[in-house]
Design a protein around this ligand. Structure first.
Ligand code: SF4
Length: 413
């Protein structure tokens, strides 16, 4: 009989498992607390469980975290772990400490099938979904590693003590599109929120999606944590190119899903992530177009806002990698773009680059993936086609023509 890995089970599933063993449901809560709050991986350490139960568990269950392939620490305190998920695949998890919080960026898939142009994970293609246990194992490992580390004399010296939480926030922004791995994701989120597990508030757990519209609606009903949407473009023509999923779920559907998400959590807001790409999506015109999309009062700069979404923008300086063919927007451009959004009444932040020396930017992680989608091959064969706003090729896309149909004299040079 294969031993069940208890990291795979949220508390409800653990109660069902305990019942199968002939145990009372409260045993599941005890067990859950040992695993997730105390980081136990050996049943013999669970001293308040009856010996007979520990013996039963030893034969039928295990607590099996993932193997750590490597750990890299940045000069700014960011830590990146590479975890082995078998079959030649690895996923990355990144811890980002700040003055008032510690954020863990967690992966949901080995690779990603969405294929965003600016994302190195997207260029690698997709291998497989992570299981619930593999998602939660990233938090389990980081939480207990960091606790041990910060309770050391060195941790005390920098003011981190047992009563101070090291991981205060979790963002599902590592490798993968979490909403394309929904059935594994939701139990993992519940374990993060569970008071007998990690006890994080739902505003401190963020799911970041490139826009899987039907699953945004399901998440609203099943587990409405904070939602971040990778927007990256103010119109369908450009977004189709940068985030290919937009061809299936265009902006008007995506924004309607955001509005409906907020209807279930009216005190919340959507974070729109926007990767700043030099000469591609960073013009003043793009900023005004974005404002028109989310305008709370219906009209911005003479254009009708279609959504009135309570939101904030997070501008992300692009982390260049050779295969993308894209460049990071200059700082002055990012600041000018941010100013337009702020002047339009939308809270806008610029993400600090962290862990640059260990290549740790969330969503642009560089693990090795056994690509089952041949995305790398496709993207290598078809070099990045990003067209400047208003260029002939961009106008061709807007008019519903393929950009290749642009006559040579209309070239963007
Ligand atoms: S940005 Fe996110 S959704 Fe897009 S390819 Fe990268 S991991 Fe996938």
């Amino acid at each position: 009989m294969t031993a069940v890995n208890l990291l795979e089970l949220d508390r409800e599933a653990l109660a069902a498992f305990c019942e199968q063993l002939g145990e009372k449901p409260f045993r599941a809560t005890q067990l859950f607390r040992w695993i997730h709050q105390r980081g136990a991986s050996d049943f013999d350490d669970m001293t308040d469980l009856a010996k007979s139960l520990r013996q039963k568990l030893a034969g039928r269950a295990c607590i099996a975290p993932m193997g750590v392939v490597s750990e890299q620490a940045s000069a700014d305190g960011t830590i990146k772990w590479l975890f082995d998920v078998g079959g030649g695949n690895a996923v990355e998890t990144v811890f980002i400490p700040e003055d008032d919080r510690g954020t863990l960026c967690v992966s949901s898939q080995a690779g990603c099938a969405v294929g965003c142009r600016f994302c190195s994970t997207g260029h690698q293609g997709f291998s497989r979904n992570l299981s619930t246990g593999e998602i939660i194992a990233q938090l389990w490992f980081a939480e207990h590693q960091l606790r041990k580390r910060f309770n050391s004399p060195e941790g005390q010296r920098v003011g981190l003590t047992d009563d101070k939480r090291v991981i205060t926030n979790v963002v599902m922004m590592g490798m993968g599109e979490p909403l394309q791995n929904y059935s594994a994701l939701v139990p993992a989120l519940r374990m993060m929120l569970d008071d007998h597990g990690y006890g994080l508030s739902r505003r401190r757990v963020t799911v970041s999606t490139s826009g899987v519209v039907p699953m945004i609606e399901r998440l609203r009903d099943d587990c409405p944590v904070a939602l971040a949407v990778s927007l990256h473009a103010p119109n369908d023509a450009l977004r189709n190119d940068l985030v290919p999923l937009n061809r299936k779920y265009p902006l008007h559907e995506l924004l309607a899903a955001c509005r409906s998400y907020l209807a279930a959590a009216p005190r919340d807001f959507i974070t729109f992530e926007y990767c700043m790409l030099d000469g591609v999506n960073d013009t003043d015109a793009c900023a005004h177009e974005l404002l028109a999309l989310v305008a709370p009062h219906g009209v911005v700069h003479g254009r009708e806002g279609v959504s009135g979404i309570s939101c904030k923008f997070n501008l992300i300086p692009f982390n260049p990698f050779p295969a993308s063919g894209l460049k990071r927007s200059p700082n002055e451009r990012v600041m000018a773009f941010a100013r337009i959004l702020q002047d339009g009444g939308v809270v806008t932040t610029v993400r600090k680059t962290r862990g640059d020396d260990i290549d740790a930017a969330c969503g642009q992680l560089a693990g090795e993936v056994q690509d089952r989608t041949r995305a790398h091959e496709r993207m290598t064969r078809a070099p990045v086609q990003v067209h400047r706003i208003g260029s002939p090729a961009a106008r061709a896309i807007e008019a519903g023509r393929a950009p290749e149909s642009v006559a040579p004299h209309e070239s963007e040079a």
